[in-house]
Write a protein that binds this ligand. Structure first.
Ligand code: ADE
Length: 420
């Protein structure tokens, strides 16, 4: 079996940690148990380009339980957990092509290795598989039942392809399921971003000025958690509605140019390019911490930071200290890549449970369609019954019961004649 991993000897540790995560993934477990009985993915070749974490390992194991032949490469060069890559390869015969810290060339060679296996379903976190299929592996297009997209940035990229008439495969925007973005993006990114910053720096959040660029689901989650830890949170935004929401949520909203000189910790979560640039670094206080939790490492202008620096030190794991002329220090975390995955372990299993149950159920949805009933070529939503089903299973796993509509209430909601 082809694979490229750092060290097969790490498999035992990967097995223990994957099992640890599984304890907090009851929805995915229930899907896996049903898959084992029903084998809805029998023989399906599924290629994943996802963060190689303990949670992703549980997704891969679930797909295999359903009869699929999954393979995996990384969706970020710094997020791979090498012990997990070893565990999947050694203990589950799942080909993994991922090595933490791989350079760009090896990263793309791993994407090609997954595509060499000729998947008929792909799972993306950032659209790298789909975009490589369109540019280099067009022969795979006719056989592709569809691709799932895990993240906001990927969905934006795919919708842009659709708008330009460039999209040639059906895509399901898993990110847009309510049981994905309302939980994974908000609570997952919110908590794991702080986790990454703390593991990297051991800084005190209480009393700090915590500047967050972007008030989408991730930014909101982060803002509430930083405030809960005693930070003074400032939001920067370009969207008036989101900025207004941040104001109404009780946060200070300002321009980055205004707050660059007062922030202690800066986090970008916009999905856009060059949000923190040279002039901002020049304005920052000595010792400012700068991190990114958006999908790509484009939000912080690292080149400008390098140009401004007279020296770069590496005082701790995941921290680069750029010493600017005059001696001021700006601390960049995780090379400006997703700080929650480069400096910590990503979202906790309990939220990935819902995200990956959606992924597994969407694979079943694609695999179960007949030849004449293939999804058309556009970006699709996750079917409502999958999204609602995941919410119901999660609630049940938490032991939370909810009320049901009475027939009278159902009739009232369906009627328009009844007024005051
Ligand atoms: N994205 C964010 N956190 C993740 C995790 N723990 N596993 C896989 N993908 C992730």
């Amino acid at each position: 079996m082809q694979h490229d991993i750092a060290d097969a000897g790490l498999a035992g540790r990967g097995a223990d940690r994957t099992e640890w995560a599984a304890q907090k993934m009851p929805v995915l477990r229930s899907v896996a148990e049903r898959f084992e009985r029903e084998r809805p993915l029998e023989g399906m070749v599924i290629g994943g380009c996802l963060h190689v974490t303990t949670e992703t390992a549980n997704l891969m194991i679930t797909l295999k339980a359903g009869g699929a032949r999954p393979s995996l490469c990384a969706s970020n060069p710094l997020s791979t957990q090498d012990d997990v890559a070893a565990h999947l390869t050694v203990d589950h015969d799942i080909p993994v092509f991922a090595v933490r810290g791989e350079d760009n060339e090896r990263y793309y060679s791993h994407i090609r290795s997954v595509l060499d296996l000729k998947p008929s379903i792909t799972l993306d976190d950032g659209a790298d598989l789909v975009s490589t299929i369109h540019t280099e592996r067009r022969e795979l297009i006719p056989n592709l039942l569809g691709s799932m997209e895990e993240t906001t940035t990927g969905v934006i990229r795919l919708r842009a392809m659709e708008k330009d008439g460039a999209l040639e495969v059906p895509v399901i925007a898993v990110n847009d399921a309510n049981t994905k973005h309302m939980f994974d993006n908000r609570y997952g990114t919110g908590q794991s971003t702080i986790d990454g910053i703390l593991r990297a720096t051991n800084t005190l959040v209480a009393g700090s000025v915590f500047v967050i660029a972007g008030y989408g689901w991730c930014g909101r989650g982060l803002a509430f958690r930083a405030r809960g830890m005693g930070a003074s949170v400032v939001i920067t935004e370009v969207d008036p509605l989101r900025a207004l929401e941040a104001v109404m949520d009780g946060f200070r909203v300002a321009k980055m140019d205004e707050v660059a000189s007062v922030g202690d910790i800066f986090v970008t979560v916009t999905g856009d390019i060059n949000v923190l640039v040279g002039r901002h670094f020049e304005m920052m206080k000595d010792g400012a911490v700068v991190a990114n939790s958006g999908h790509f490492d484009v939000e912080i202008d690292k080149e400008a930071l390098k140009e401004l620096a007279r020296e770069v030190k590496k005082p701790r794991e995941s921290v680069e200290t750029y010493v600017l002329a005059g001696g001021k220090r700006v601390n960049l975390l995780g090379e400006g890549r997703l700080v929650n995955l480069s400096a910590a372990e990503g979202h906790p299993a309990a939220v990935m449970d819902m995200s990956f149950a959606n992924q597994a159920l969407c694979c079943e949805y694609l695999a179960g369609r007949s030849e004449g009933d293939k999804l058309d070529t556009r970006v699709h939503s996750v079917p409502e019954q999958i999204d609602a089903g995941v919410a119901a299973l999660k609630l049940a796993s938490m032991g939370v019961a909810i009320d049901e509509l009475t027939p009278e209430q159902r009739e009232y909601l369906a009627s328009w004649e009844m007024g005051t």
